[in-house]
Design a protein around this ligand. Structure first.
Ligand SMILES: [Zn+2]
Length: 1003
């Protein structure tokens, strides 16, 4: 986790854009235009605190945040593994990919459509690396040809598509074709008849394509040819793109000094050096080059959005942001727009004034901040001050930034445990109480503090609530029961929230007694809203922010506020009423959440349901307070304890910013218009977060409100005001400068598809609250087609309409978008429950780009192909059944699920080494733990599993699946390039469909 500590690096970021007519905001998350009263955070958005004092610019490093986790809890290394470089493939002048496809007349939009592919990649002109050379590749497949211009040095062109044996390369390598200013760097598609069936009489194919000519450029007479599927190897491969980026950009640090640089992919391990822009770990953009005008942006339809993770954890090699202390004068800000001092502010008049880079206002420099300028107009102390030289840093906040003009108290954690029959019977209560005894020693600390400043409290509940007095002076804990759940109050103040070390004996005694006290309970009914209410009231009474950890098992049907009924109804799927399954069944929880936010009360919910519990309603408060939801269906201690305890440990130890407000300021011409994530908004600009941890992201969409300027670019500044774990009020600032363009080609060269997909998924997942799911899917498809059609029309070289041409940076857009379209939320299979859908919907809302990337396109790793000695992760293969060999075993993970698939013909020695049984038939299907065996293969596989788990923010439970076993169906659900049982299209079919949509737009 991160939180403050040293100078960090920063990266570039992207852009936002148009919203589809149809759905806007949902009731969750931020709602521009909502009428709730503004929050009262002192001067945060108010007047600049006066500068009376002139303390020396105190720049200090924040003490290392203490999150030393217990050995059992590995901290995820920031989602990435190694660190690399940039250069090749840096897409400044991105090439495009071309897939020529021809559909047979009469074929279905989705389905097995025969195509004649021609894949080609243009040469790339890049800012980094040597000029590429290009080569023509023409591969003759059975009945079809693949050809393309290859730029060998770069993103392995042509290599992206594995050519089958017998492929031929023709044509000498040569210099890249000249670039046209308005076109993608060029490469000419071969327009002569060498492109496959439709191109005329060629040996090996002919065609019954009665409609072929419809597609233009198909001069040849129809000839008979059996329909062929598009070769999956001939279409853009996610694996290849990921590998290429790792190879090209994984070895050099990403230095953030240059405006508008596209960072390496989230799947590449790289180090970041902050030279003035925020690291991509904090901010990623859908594009790093924004169209200058809204007309251009509308034409391209590329959403301009930034995915911001303000408290992102950094790898150990990168330093946390410096903390700057300006003393009582507080941080220096623009008088007009309130933007904070940053490297883009322009000092003038010998350093006596500065011009705001966001609003152009001229401000006086306060005397204590004055410094001379050098001959370039730069302050001579620029490199001594983080706020003048770095993309990310923190300011200590003054009392003006505190609620009620009072410095905050340290936050508190309240553990609220369901002790109804189900919770006791499953063993949950005993397990949890035992774990808490040791876990309380690992509450978040900061600044090298010996112990955490966080106080703790305990509540148990079923239909009534039990509060505990655990004051250190007591010999035994005392219980106080509140049965009037309709009018919740906190029966004790003194002794409820305590310091762990002072009250350790009493707490231990309480945790020992709780499982015994309720061991014989017959109470099956629970309340829910009153529990949250009680926790929030307790924090209010203690005048502090904090977090509630709720451990809950069932639908709250007991008579109380927030009582729910079972309204699950699968018959609503695919009807106009399907949206109600995602909406809360009562408004009571939104009201409660609003109160929690005002108090800085963040709620984390651990659910242990045996049946429907209405996740859509129960997750409203966690969602609006910046909390997390965890779900363990049919929880059994023996099967699920490792997963639950791992999640719990990580969650409790997370560094969290409390009582936070985030504001994104932009330079003139664009502004933030829409927000996605786990937070609350009571006005159109301030994102309020009762709590914000290092895993949560806020996605912000931007729109034009004026013309942008190529020379000055566009600037974003994200300011997060929060209370640290120790109770210190701070401001974390992230700055990012983007380029602006007057040529669409520049936009398409600087997009980031993974971020685009993150945005589009969140947009769609919010859309299902208000629109039929089919409408949401169609909207996504239309937008994607518009994006690609605009590219084709304005940026690609003239070519046959039978060719699908994709911008190089977006060549994976179709495959990834298809994964979103067929995800459980948008196209559920029969096995997916309503609660699962609500749960996933809510999770995706705050995922970062790395998480959505692997969630929608899972990683599939063959285990016996690479040498056992190899310490590195084996290269992944595409998520399709066609890639599975029955003689191998594979790991598949998507950040939430982890499977080990065993082929039926896997060698007996492998079976013995991994499972300690003598044959495939003896392997237990559904196994969740591999035996610990002392042999290289066993060690390697278990090590790999550990490493995958460490990379993710939630523990992934292993499931062993045998080929042709009934569990295999579950596994196949994640082979996302294939057609899905729920009707989701295969990648090949979707690409054909997308091509058709594009052609319709172009015609
Ligand atoms: Zn300003």
């Amino acid at each position: 986790m991160n939180v403050n500590q040293s100078a960090p690096p920063v990266p570039p970021f992207g852009q936002p854009q148009p919203v589809y007519p149809g759905y806007h905001q949902s009731g969750y998350g931020g709602q521009p235009g909502s009428t709730a009263p503004p929050t009262s955070y002192g001067a945060y958005n108010g007047p600049v605190p006066g500068y009376q004092q002139t303390p020396p610019p105190g720049v200090s490093r924040a003490p290392p945040s203490s999150e030393a986790p217990p050995a059992s809890t590995a901290q995820a290394p920031c989602g990435q593994a190694a660190y690399g470089q940039f250069g090749q493939g840096d897409v400044q002048n991105g090439p495009s990919s071309t897939v020529q496809m021809q559909r047979f007349p009469g074929s279905q939009p989705f389905g097995s459509v025969p195509l004649a592919p021609v894949v080609s990649q243009p040469a790339v002109l890049q800012p980094f690396g040597p000029p590429p050379t290009s080569a023509q590749v023409t591969a003759q497949l059975a009945g079809m040809q693949i050809s393309g211009a290859v730029a060998p040095a770069l993103p392995p062109v042509g290599l992206g598509y594995a050519l089958p044996p017998g492929s031929q390369m023709t044509g000498p390598p040569g210099p890249p074709p000249p670039m046209h200013s308005s076109q993608q760097p060029g490469y000419q598609l071969q327009q002569n008849g060498s492109f496959g069936p439709a191109r005329g009489p060629q040996p090996n194919y002919g065609s019954p394509y009665p409609g072929a000519s419809t597609f233009g450029s198909q001069p040849g007479p129809p000839q008979p040819l059996p329909p062929k599927r598009l070769d999956p190897d001939a279409i853009p491969s996610p694996i290849q793109v990921i590998e290429d980026d790792r190879n090209n950009r994984g070895s050099e640090p990403f230095v953030t000094g240059v405006r508008g640089q596209v960072p390496p992919l989230v799947t590449t391990n790289f180090l970041v050096k902050d030279q003035g822009n925020a690291s991509p770990r904090y901010i990623r953009c859908t594009s790093y080059n924004i169209p200058c005008t809204s007309d251009m942006a509308k034409q391209a339809q590329v959403p301009l959005a930034a995915v911001i993770k303000p408290l992102a954890r950094l790898p150990p090699e990168e330093a946390s942001p410096y903390v700057v202390d300006h003393g009582e004068s507080g941080p220096l800000r623009c008088n007009r727009c309130k933007a904070y001092m940053c490297p883009f502010m322009q000092f003038i008049e010998g350093g006596r004034r500065f011009q705001c880079c966001f609003c152009s206002c001229i401000n006086d420099v306060p005397p204590q901040y004055f410094q001379h300028l050098d001959h370039t107009g730069k302050r001579v102390d620029a490199y001594d001050r983080p706020e003048l030289s770095l993309g990310s840093y923190e300011f200590l906040a003054t009392v003006d930034y505190c609620k009620n003009n009072k410095f905050p108290s340290p936050p508190a954690f309240i553990f609220m445990i369901d002790v109804s029959y189900n919770a006791i019977r499953s063993g949950l209560v005993r397990l949890l109480c035992e774990e808490l005894k040791s876990l309380l020693d690992f509450l978040p600390r900061e600044g090298g503090a010996e112990e955490s400043a966080i106080r703790v409290g305990f509540v148990t509940y079923n239909k009534v609530l039990h509060f505990y007095n655990v004051k250190s002076s007591l010999a035994q804990p005392q219980m106080m029961v509140v049965s009037d759940v309709a009018d919740m109050f906190v029966p004790l103040l003194d002794g409820f929230l305590v310091n762990v070390s002072e009250s350790r004996a009493v707490i231990t005694s309480l945790l020992d007694q709780i499982p015994e006290m309720f061991a014989d309970t017959r109470e099956t009914e629970t309340v829910f809203a009153p529990v949250i209410q009680a926790g929030m009231e307790a924090l209010k009474a203690a005048e502090c922010a904090g977090k509630l950890f709720l451990f809950h098992t069932s639908l709250p049907i007991a008579e109380a506020p927030g009582k729910l009924k079972n309204r699950d109804d699968r018959k609503l799927i695919n009807t106009d009423k399907e949206k109600t399954l995602f909406q809360p069944q009562t408004g009571a929880y939104q009201t409660l959440a609003k109160e929690c936010v005002a108090q800085g009360c963040c709620v984390d919910l651990f659910l242990f349901p045996n049946q429907y519990v209405d996740v859509a309603t129960l997750s409203v408060v966690p969602q609006l307070t910046g909390g997390s939801v965890y779900k363990y269906a049919c929880f059994q201690v023996e099967n699920d304890q490792e997963r639950f305890l791992s999640d719990l440990r990580r969650d409790v130890q997370k560094v969290v910013g409390f009582d936070a407000v985030m504001r994104v300021r932009t330079s003139t011409g664009i502004r933030a218009v829409d927000f996605f994530g786990a937070f609350y908004m009571s006005n159109t600009t301030d994102v309020e977060l009762a709590g914000l941890d290092g895993d949560k992201t806020v996605t912000v969409e931007f729109k034009h409100d004026d013309r942008l300027n190529e020379e000055s670019g566009a600037l974003l500044q994200c300011a997060l005001l929060y209370t640290s774990c120790a109770g210190q009020r701070r401001l974390r600032i992230h700055n990012l400068a983007l380029n602006c363009c007057t040529q669409l080609a520049d936009l398409y060269r600087n997009c980031e598809t993974d971020t685009l997909i993150n945005y589009m998924a969140k947009f769609a997942y919010r859309g299902v609250l208000n629109s039929p799911v089919k409408t949401v899917r169609d909207t996504l498809i239309t937008q994607c087609a518009q994006i690609l059609a605009c590219y084709r029309k304005n940026c690609a070289s003239p070519s046959s309409a039978g060719q699908l041409i994709l911008p190089e940076c977006m060549k994976l857009l179709p495959v990834y978008l298809n994964c979103v379209l067929k995800s459980d939320v948008l196209q559920p299979g029969a096995e997916v429950t309503t609660d699962d859908r609500a749960y996933v919907r809510q999770l995706v809302t705050s995922m970062d780009v790395a998480e959505t990337n692997v969630f929608f396109y899972p990683r599939l790793l063959p285990l016996t192909k690479s040498p056992i000695e190899s310490a590195t992760e084996p290269p992944a293969v595409r998520a399709s059944e066609e890639r599975l060999s029955n003689g191998d075993i594979y790991l598949l993970e998507n950040g939430l699920n982890l499977f080990l698939w065993v082929g039926a013909s896997v060698q007996q020695g492998v079976v013995q080494s991994l499972f300690s049984v003598s044959s495939f038939s003896q392997i237990t299907s559904g196994l969740s733990v591999l035996p610990v065996l002392d042999n290289p293969l066993s060690k390697k596989v278990r090590g790999l599993i550990d490493s995958l788990r460490a990379q993710r923010s939630r523990y992934m439970k292993l499931i062993v699946v045998k080929q042709e076993d009934k569990l295999e169906m579950l596994f196949k659900h994640f082979l996302v390039e294939d057609k899905s049982l729920s009707g989701g299209a295969s990648y090949v079919d979707f690409l054909c469909h997308m091509h058709k949509e594009i052609r319709q737009l172009l015609s």
